[in-house]
Design a protein around this ligand. Structure first.
Ligand SMILES: Cc1cc2nc3c(=O)[nH]c(=O)nc-3n(C[C@H](O)[C@H](O)[C@H](O)COP(=O)(O)OP(=O)(O)OC[C@H]3O[C@@H](n4cnc5c(N)ncnc54)[C@H](O)[C@@H]3O)c2cc1C
Length: 600
């Protein structure tokens, strides 16, 4: 069975030493985020993920979910019991607001829970993950009555949530939605339509499921401007909070799919189901975006999570498996062959994974802190700055994080040779599970377009300018440290490529929009490289200081500096190549007629 150990030392390093959560002790929710509290949350959650969730990951993949003739769905053995333990431990309540039964702790700690859970068992983690997204939409747009009725039970984990956007003919283009919402006399709506690919749409882990559904009211505009959002509970909730009749919503089938077999991906049929509008009519997409933005960050974390799981197993395998000899002569002459670890090509893959996972962990945790600061920072200006930054970086966290996450899983599978391809070792599951994260919550192509088409130009480019400035400042500071100087120059160069690419879009994108579409994905990756470069500079700075201060954990910090150096050497040069591709524009890409693609 694959191994999993939560990377608690690395997580504590980022939270306590790089982000220094302690410094925010004056902000609401951060009062108790001293190192002791952080360490307790990290260690305990790590234990829960490793001991409760990881052991049912492979079995969940093999067993999958079962739909019964009455439309009910059974999750794999152990899933329900694990959810009960999760509820009892209060992991779902950690970052939820206290007025609805949550613990009110910072989101950045909630993100740690998301990482550990998703690494140990991505399919399982999606049940509480979707619930958290639904909670954030109801919190932001629900009426006080809706909040009081649904949030405490959802936060407590008694009820779970879903998001229902996709229909058979309508995925990315939500303007095409056909599901109808017809007003009833009592203020509710009758919802009719079919939604597909609904994660956690039906299951046996909670007594109720609160579906958030996009639909159109009669006469609504045909475009995405005519979409409203509705709460549609699986079981209707009486005014006193007790459960009433079963609503007219059912699971028509579950998909047979490439991965995340333990998560029920459902076709949901709404047959005049009773629903209640959330927020304003025709403003449903904006409300759903609140949920999607939270979910996009969670999906970015999934990218890292599968890479981390695959990495840990590949590291183990590369120590145990012996093949061939080191190029420099036998490393262990007493044995018939050396461990895989001696081969530079295996090292290349493992170092790529190490540099990505540790850099990405710092990146998403910084993202979590930005979410907190966007709500809780002391001044309006600080809140705005944090909001600008996380809004800019959300598509990068999702798109770059999951592209690289998947690539990393494939490379870690490669470390296993043929044993990575057969199911027995579990590496294939990491690859299969990681793949979906590039697709859902808006494909990565759509993330790239969101970044370049919307986020760059917002408020006159305020956010991207702030990002450039943050990177420049980190480079300038790092140049003063001899250990960091080389990396600072490399990240500065990559940031220069990003600035030049931004300028190129401004000059060549306005009049020729295809140039934007043709280069957006490359741009997202350049920004991902620069963002991870920024993280490595920050981590490196802490490591230099710790070593100079005579830390007892010298080996940990020295490894950080070596990995930072590797990142500078092996990741940052890609920024230049990506920029050159981007600047090639769309001409050759768009020139051929469709017929030219067809084989004669
Ligand atoms: C396992 C699984 C779970 C899912 N869970 C949920 C869920 O819980 N709730 C939910 O509502 N949905 C869910 N989805 C649906 C998922 O979000 C969609 O599959 C995704 O948004 C893409 O839509 P589509 O599949 O229709 O692809 P399409 O929209 O048809 O896109 C096909 C391709 O064209 C590209 N493309 C489309 N439009 C554009 C454009 N304007 N510009 C550039 N490129 C474009 C896309 O990037 C993609 O590469 C899930 C899907 C899967 C497979």
């Amino acid at each position: 069975m694959p191994i999993y150990k939560a990377p608690t030392r690395d997580t504590r390093f980022v939270l306590n030493e790089v982000l220094r959560l302690e410094q925010y002790g004056n902000l609401p929710g951060f009062e108790n985020t001293g190192a002791d509290m952080v360490d307790t949350v990290v260690e305990e959650c790590g234990k829960f993920a490793a001991e409760v969730l990881a052991p049912i990951n492979l079995s969940g993949d093999q067993e999958g979910c079962t739909r019964h003739p009455d439309g009910s769905v059974t999750t794999p053995a152990g899933f329900k019991e694990a959810f009960q333990l999760y509820r009892e431990a209060g992991w779902g309540t950690l970052a939820a607001p206290q007025e609805f039964g949550g613990q009110g702790m910072p989101h950045v700690l909630g993100f740690v829970v998301e990482e550990f859970v998703a690494t140990a068992n991505q399919a399982w983690g999606m049940y509480p993950g979707l619930t958290a997204g639904a909670i954030s939409a109801i919190l932001a747009k629900g009426s006080p009555e809706q909040q009081a009725k649904y949030l405490p039970r959802m936060i407590a984990g008694e009820w779970t949530g879903t998001m229902n956007l996709t229909e058979p003919h309508c995925g990315t283009d939500l303007g095409l939605i056909r599901t109808r919402a017809v007003p009833n006399a009592d203020g509710s709506y009758a919802i009719t339509g079919t939604k597909i690919f609904i994660s956690a749409g039906e299951h046996d882990m909670s007594e109720n499921i609160i579906h958030l559904v996009l639909a159109k009211t009669p006469g609504a505009p045909e475009s995405s401007k005519g979409i409203s959002l509705f709460i549609v509970p699986k079981v209707l909730v009486n005014d006193d909070g007790s459960l009433g009749e079963r609503n007219a919503v059912s699971c028509g089938s579950i998909e047979h799919k490439m991965g995340i077999h333990g998560n029920a991906t459902c076709v949901m049929n709404y047959d005049g189901a009773t629903g209640w509008m959330v927020g304003e009519e025709n403003k449903g997409l904006a409300a759903m975006f609140i949920m999607m933005n939270a979910a996009r960050l969670g999906v970015g974390i999934q990218g890292l999570a599968q890479a981390e799981a695959a990495y840990q197993n590949a590291v183990q395998y590369a120590q145990d498996r012996r093949q061939g000899r080191a190029l420099t002569g036998p490393a262990e002459p007493q044995e018939k062959a050396d461990p895989l670890f001696v081969h530079p090509d295996v090292r290349r893959m493992l170092m790529d994974a190490k540099a990505f996972t540790e850099g990405m962990r710092a990146f998403y945790l910084w993202g979590g802190l930005l979410v907190d600061l966007s709500h809780k920072a002391a001044s309006e200006e600080e809140r705005q700055t944090a909001d600008d930054m996380i809004s800019l970086l959300t598509p990068v966290l999702k798109g770059y994080g999951t592209d690289k996450g998947f690539d990393t899983c494939v490379q870690m599978q490669q470390v296993f040779g043929g044993h990575g391809y057969i199911e027995e070792w579990g590496m294939s599951q990491f690859v299969r599970d990681a793949r979906i994260a590039q697709i859902y919550e808006g494909t990565n192509g759509i993330q790239a377009m969101d970044l370049v088409g919307r986020k760059l130009a917002q408020n006159g480019g305020r956010a991207v300018q702030a990002f450039f400035a943050e990177v420049d400042a980190a480079c300038a500071a790092a140049k003063a440290q001899p250990e960091q100087e080389q990396l600072a120059v490399q990240v500065e160069r990559a940031n220069g490529e990003l600035k030049a690419a931004t300028m190129w879009f401004m000059q060549n994108g306005m009049t020729q929009p295809n140039n934007v579409g043709a280069g957006a994905h490359h741009y997202m990756h350049i920004m991902g490289i620069v963002a991870l470069g920024l993280m490595w500079l920050k981590m490196g700075a802490v490591a230099v200081e710790a070593i100079a201060g005579g830390s007892a954990d010298k080996a940990f910090y020295e490894a950080k500096l070596v990995t930072a150096r590797y990142f500078g050497q092996r990741f940052t040069p890609d920024a230049g190549a990506l920029r050159r591709k981007l600047e090639a524009g769309s001409e050759a890409m768009m020139e051929l007629p469709v017929e030219a693609f067809l084989r004669a």
